[in-house]
Design a protein. Structure first.
Length: 135
């Protein structure tokens, strides 16, 4: 069983916390290249959803809560990296949707294996729709 490529064996340490931390590090290292959309912002949650027309919706939730002001602070800059595998070769444009229909300044750069999207002044919630060709 240990010789199989899809089996990960991690020796447990004597302390539970150290064992859990080691497992977490190894697990995420093993799957990091399979993550289709990534962000550099620790205060941002994201979830992807494939739409019926083949487009990809990336839901973004801002967790930058300011306790003293009792509000969510806009994030000045959010960088997303989307692997071309997520796009299935069918990307042709993006649309950004917010709860209040505001425009979010953005830039998009295409590379051989990924798409990089920069958003400015991220509000509480937004959806970045990566539109499939022909839509």
């Amino acid at each position: 069983l240990l010789q199989k490529a899809n089996v990960l064996y991690i020796e447990n340490g004597k302390e539970r916390r150290a064992s859990v931390d080691k497992f977490t590090d190894e697990f995420f290292a093993m799957f990091s290249d399979r993550q289709l959309v990534r962000t550099d912002c620790a205060d941002l949650g994201l979830q992807t959803h494939r739409l019926a027309d083949g487009s990809l919706a990336v839901h973004l939730l801002n967790y930058r809560y300011l306790d003293a002001a009792d509000k969510i602070e806009e994030i000045p800059e959010v960088n997303l990296t989307v692997k071309k595998d997520a796009l299935r070769g069918r990307y042709n444009q993006i649309a950004i949707h917010t709860l209040d229909d505001r425009q979010i300044a953005n830039s998009v750069r295409q590379y051989d294996d990924e798409l990089r999207i920069k958003l400015e002044n991220m509000p509480v919630y937004a959806v970045v729709e990566l539109k499939a060709a022909g839509n």
